[in-house]
Design a binder for this molecule. Structure first.
Ligand SMILES: Nc1nc2c(c(=O)[nH]1)N[C@H]1C(S)=C(S)[C@@H](COP(=O)(O)OP(=O)(O)OC[C@H]3O[C@@H](n4cnc5c(=O)[nH]c(N)nc54)[C@H](O)[C@@H]3O)O[C@H]1N2
Ligand SMILES: Nc1nc2c(c(=O)[nH]1)N[C@H]1C(S)=C(S)[C@@H](COP(=O)(O)OP(=O)(O)OC[C@H]3O[C@@H](n4cnc5c(=O)[nH]c(N)nc54)[C@H](O)[C@@H]3O)O[C@H]1N2
Ligand SMILES: [Mo]
Length: 701
C-alpha cells in the first residue's frame, strides 16, 4: 500500500447505537470516503476491542442495497409496500400540512411511536421530543422493554442504579438471573469469565439452558414467571438460618419485618412447587448466596416480561441489602444503571413546550398495547409518526397491530433505514441516516461511561438524520421556539448536566475528542446506604406503593397464562412460550442483513423431548405454534435444553421474512405487567402442531 493511500485512511471514533447494555466504543476506519471497517475500541475498558458479530457487520448494513435512500410516498394499498419516490420538499410540505389539519381539531390524535433503534440523545428523543411536545401530540409511554423492571428498581432502590459492570471481575459469586449474557450482554460475560478464573461460582437462573447457563457452575431451571417466589424462598432460608447482615438491614433498609412475614409464606417446599424445581436447590442457592462474599447479581430484562415482572425485580433487588452485599465494590446487583447518568430530561425534551403545560397534559398511550390503541383509542389516533422502532414486528399481539396499521383512515409516517414490516404500512417513508452518518452522544444502561459518536461519512443518498427531519418539520409547521432550531451539539448540551460532580471538568469537546469518558461514581455506591429512595434506604416496604393502592411488599404474582395459574386456558394451550433475543439479531434489527440471517437460518423453536413425543413432533420438522391470538411457524428443535412444558422461540423475525408471514408476536399478548405497564411477551400459553412447510413470501426459509 502506498503512503498516499495510507494517508487517505481515517479513524473515526463512534459509539454503538443499539439497545444493548454494552454500548461499545467504536473505531470506524474510513478510506476514500467509505467505511471499510467497524471495530471495537481496544482502549475502552468494557469494549476491550471486541464487537459482537452483528455490529462488526454494521458497514454491510449501512451500505446494503436495500437501504431506503430517498423519500417515498405510498402508491398501493396500505401495507402493500408499494411506493413512488418524491422530493424532500414535497414529502415534508404534505406531512406538515396533514399533521397540521389533524392538530387543528385535536393534536392528541397524533401519536409518535419510537423506541431505542438508536439510544443517542440527539437521534432519539432530543429534537423529536421537542417537536411532539410543541405539537401537543399524545404522549407515548415507552414501556416495550424495561418499564416493569424500572418500576421494580424505583420502588426498591429508588431508581435504575446498581453495580459497576467492571467490578464483577472481583466477585466470588455471580447469579446470572434471567440473562443470556453471551447473547445479549457479551462484554459483561468477559468480566464474569475473569471472576470464574479467580475462583468465583457462577449460577444461571433461567428456564432454558442457554449458552450462558451451560457455561455456569450451576443452573436453576425454574418455570417462567416464578422468579419472585424463588427470591422470597431464598429470603426465608437466609432468615431461618440467620445469614443476614443485621447491621446493614438495621441501618440501610426499610420494612424488614414486613418482608420477613412475606418470606415466611415461601418455605422451600412451596417454592419448589411453584418454580418446578427441587426444594434442595432453593436451600443451597440461599446458603451459597448468604455465605459468599462478594456476591453479585446480574439480572436482565428476560425475567420481567411476565405479569409479576416488577414484583420479581423488587424481590431480587431486596436480596443484596439483606446480606449486606452492597458493602463490597464487587457486591450488589445490576439491571440498569441508566439512573446514574447526570441527565436533565426536562431540558432535553422540553415538556414545557406542550401548549397549556403544566395545567394541560395530553393523554398517554402505552406503546405495548399499540394494537388496541390503534383500534379503539377515543378520540382515535389519526396520525402516527414512527421512528427508531419497528412496531409491526416487535409489538405483541400482531394480528391487532396489523389491523391497526392497515386502517385506511390512519396517516402514517415512517422514518427508517429499511423497508421494514412497519414501513410497508407508511403513507410516507423517509430515509434516515445510520450511526456512521450522523453525530450523537449516547445513553447507556449497562456500564458507567459517556460515549460520543462522530459521523464517519456523509449521509448516503438523500438520507437525513432524525433530528434534521424534525427540525425541518417544525419549521414548516411554523414552530419558532429556538428549542426547535437547536443544533445537535446544543441538544447534547441540554441533555446532560455538565455541572454534575460525576462529569465535573468534562466538556463536550473533550468527550468528542476522546470518544468516551467514565463517570465519577464511588466504587461501592451503597456501602453506607444512601439509596435514592424517599427514605434513603433500600425499601422492602414502599409507602409510595401502598399510597397508590398496591401491595407495598414484594410478592410472587402468578402469570396470566401458565398451567398452574390458568388451567382452563392450559387445557387448550398447555405449553409456556418464551421468545428471547436471537444472538445475531438485535430485536428486529439486522434480520434483513443477509449474512446474519443466513447464520440464524430460519425461525426455530426448541421443545423438550417429552412434549415433542406427546405431539409426534420430530427433530427438524416444520411446526405451527398457535393460540387464540394467532399462529406462526418455526423449525422444531427437540432438545433437553428447555424444560418440559416450556417452548423457546427466538425473536424477533420480520413477519415478511418469516414462513407464513408471521413471527412470534402473532401469539404474544397485550396484557400488561403488575407495575410499570410493561409488556408480557414471556407470559404466553400456546400449542404446537405439525405444519406443512416453512415457505416464506420470498421462497423457502
Ligand atoms: N444479540 C442480542 N443482544 C441483545 C438483544 C437482541 O435482540 N439480540 N436485545 C437487547 C435488548 S432490547 C435487551 S432489553 C437486552 C436484554 O434482553 P433480555 O430479553 O433480557 O435477553 P437475555 O439477556 O437474552 O435474557 C433472556 C433470558 O431470560 C430467560 N427467561 C425468560 N423468561 C424468564 C423468566 O421468567 N425467568 C428467568 N429467570 N429467566 C427467563 C430466557 O430463557 C433467556 O435466556 O438485550 C439486548 N441485547
Ligand atoms: N416476542 C418478543 N418481542 C419482543 C421482545 C422479545 O424478547 N420477544 N423484545 C422486546 C424488546 S426488549 C424491545 S427493546 C423491543 C425493541 O423493538 P424496537 O425498538 O422496534 O427495536 P428494533 O426491532 O431494533 O427496531 C428498531 C428500528 O429502528 C431503526 N433505526 C435505527 N436507527 C435509526 C435512526 O437513527 N433513525 C431512524 N429513523 N430509525 C432508526 C432500525 O432500522 C430498526 O428498524 O422489542 C420487543 N419485542
Ligand atoms: Mo429491550
Amino acid at each position: 500500500m502506498s503512503t498516499l493511500e495510507v494517508a487517505a485512511e481515517r479513524l473515526v471514533r463512534g459509539a454503538c447505537p443499539h439497545d444493548c447494555p454494552d454500548t461499545c466504543a467504536l473505531h470506524v476506519t474510513v478510506r476514500d470516503g467509505r467505511v471499510i471497517k467497524v471495530a471495537g475500541d481496544p482502549a475502552h475498558p468494557t469494549t476491550h476491542g471486541a464487537l459482537c458479530t452483528k455490529v462488526s457487520r454494521y458497514a454491510e448494513r449501512t451500505y446494503s442495497p436495500d437501504r431506503v435512500l430517498q423519500p417515498m410516498k405510498r402508491a398501493g394499498r396500505k401495507g402493500e409496500g408499494r411506493f413512488v419516490p418524491v422530493s424532500w420538499d414535497e414529502a415534508l410540505d404534505d406531512i406538515a400540512a396533514r399533521l397540521g389539519r389533524v392538530a387543528e381539531r385535536d393534536p392528541q390524535r397524533i401519536l409518535p411511536y419510537s423506541y431505542a433503534g438508536t439510544m443517542g440523545w440527539v437521534q432519539g428523543e432530543g429534537m423529536a421530543g421537542r417537536f411532539f411536545h410543541r405539537l401537543g401530540a399524545s404522549l407515548l409511554d415507552r414501556t416495550i422493554c424495561s418499564s416493569a423492571g424500572m418500576a421494580g428498581m424505583a420502588h426498591t432502590l429508588g431508581g435504575a442504579v446498581g453495580m459497576d459492570v467492571e467490578r464483577y471481575a472481583d466477585a466470588q459469586l455471580i447469579l446470572i438471573w434471567g440473562s443470556n449474557s453471551i447473547t445479549s450482554n457479551l462484554h459483561f460475560w468477559t468480566f464474569a469469565q475473569q471472576a470464574k478464573r479467580r475462583g468465583a461460582t457462577l449460577v444461571a437462573i433461567d428456564p432454558y439452558r442457554s449458552d450462558t447457563a451451560a457455561k455456569c457452575h450451576r443452573h436453576v431451571a425454574l418455570l417462567p414467571g416464578t422468579d419472585a417466589a424463588l427470591a422470597l424462598g431464598m429470603m426465608q432460608v437466609l432468615i431461618a438460618e440467620d445469614l443476614l447482615d443485621h447491621d446493614y438491614v438495621a441501618r440501610h433498609t426499610l420494612g424488614f419485618e414486613a418482608l420477613a412475614r412475606r418470606a415466611a409464606e415461601y418455605p422451600p417446599e412451596r417454592v419448589a412447587r411453584i418454580c418446578g424445581i427441587d426444594a434442595g436447590e432453593v436451600v443451597e442457592l440461599a446458603r451459597l448466596y448468604g455465605r459468599t462474599r462478594p456476591a453479585a447479581i446480574r439480572l436482565n430484562y428476560g425475567l420481567q416480561r411476565c405479569r409479576g415482572g416488577a414484583n420479581a425485580v423488587r424481590a431480587i433487588m431486596s436480596l443484596p441489602a439483606l446480606v449486606g452485599a452492597w458493602r463490597d465494590p464487587a457486591g450488589g446487583a445490576l439491571l440498569s444503571v441508566s439512573g446514574m447518568l447526570p441527565l436533565t430530561p426536562q431540558r432535553h425534551t422540553r415538556p414545557d413546550l406542550i401548549p397549556g403545560w403544566p395545567a394541560h397534559r395530553p393523554r398517554t398511550i402505552n406503546m405495548s398495547a399499540i394494537g388496541d390503541a390503534l383500534l379503539a383509542a377515543d378520540p382515535p389516533i389519526e396520525a402516527l409518526v414512527v421512528y427508531n422502532s419497528n412496531p409491526v414486528a416487535v409489538a405483541p399481539d400482531s394480528e391487532k397491530v396489523l389491523q391497526g396499521f392497515a386502517r385506511e383512515d390512519l396517516f402514517t409516517v415512517v422514518i427508517e433505514h429499511f423497508q421494514t414490516d412497519t414501513a410497508d404500512y407508511a403513507d410516507y417513508l423517509l430515509p434516515a441516516t445510520t450511526q456512521l452518518e450522523h453525530f450523537d452522544v449516547h445513553r447507556t444502561y449497562g456500564h458507567c461511561y459517556l460515549l460520543a459518536n462522530e459521523p464517519a461519512i456523509a449521509p448516503l443518498g438523500q438520507a437525513r438524520s432524525n433530528s434534521d427531519i424534525f427540525r425541518a418539520l417544525a419549521q414548516r409547521m411554523g414552530f419558532d421556539d429556538p428549542a426547535l432550531a437547536a443544533s445537535d451539539e446544543q441538544i447534547v448540551g441540554d441533555a446532560i448536566d455538565w455541572g454534575d460532580a460525576r462529569v465535573a471538568g468534562l466538556t463536550l469537546a473533550q468527550l468528542r475528542e476522546r470518544g468516551w469518558a467514565k463517570l465519577d461514581i464511588a466504587a461501592a455506591p451503597f456501602a453506607d446506604g444512601g439509596f435514592p429512595t424517599p427514605s434513603g434506604k433500600c425499601e422492602f416496604h414502599s409507602a409510595r406503593l401502598a399510597a397508590a393502592g398496591h401491595d407495598p411488599v414484594p410478592d410472587w404474582v402468578p402469570p396470566y397464562e401458565s398451567a398452574a395459574s390458568n388451567p382452563a386456558l392450559a387445557a387448550h394451550y398447555p405449553l409456556a412460550l418464551i421468545s428471547p433475543p436471537a444472538r445475531h439479531f438485535m430485536n428486529s434489527t439486522f434480520v434483513n442483513v443477509d449474512s446474519l440471517r443466513r447464520t440464524e437460518r430460519e425461525p426455530a423453536c426448541e421443545i423438550h423431548p417429552t412434549d415433542a413425543a406427546a405431539r409426534g413432533i420430530v427433530e427438524g420438522e416444520a411446526v405451527e405454534l398457535r393460540n387464540e391470538r394467532g399462529a406462526f411457524r418455526a423449525r422444531a428443535r427437540v432438545s433437553e435444553r428447555t424444560r418440559p412444558g416450556v417452548v423457546v422461540a427466538w425473536g424477533v423475525w420480520w413477519h415478511k421474512l418469516a414462513p407464513g408471514g408471521r413471527n412470534v408476536n402473532a401469539v404474544t399478548s397485550q396484557a400488561l405487567t403488575d407495575l410499570g405497564g410493561g409488556p408480557t411477551f414471556y407470559d404466553c400459553l400456546i400449542e404446537v402442531a405439525h405444519a406443512d412447510g416453512l415457505e416464506t413470501r420470498s421462497g423457502v426459509a
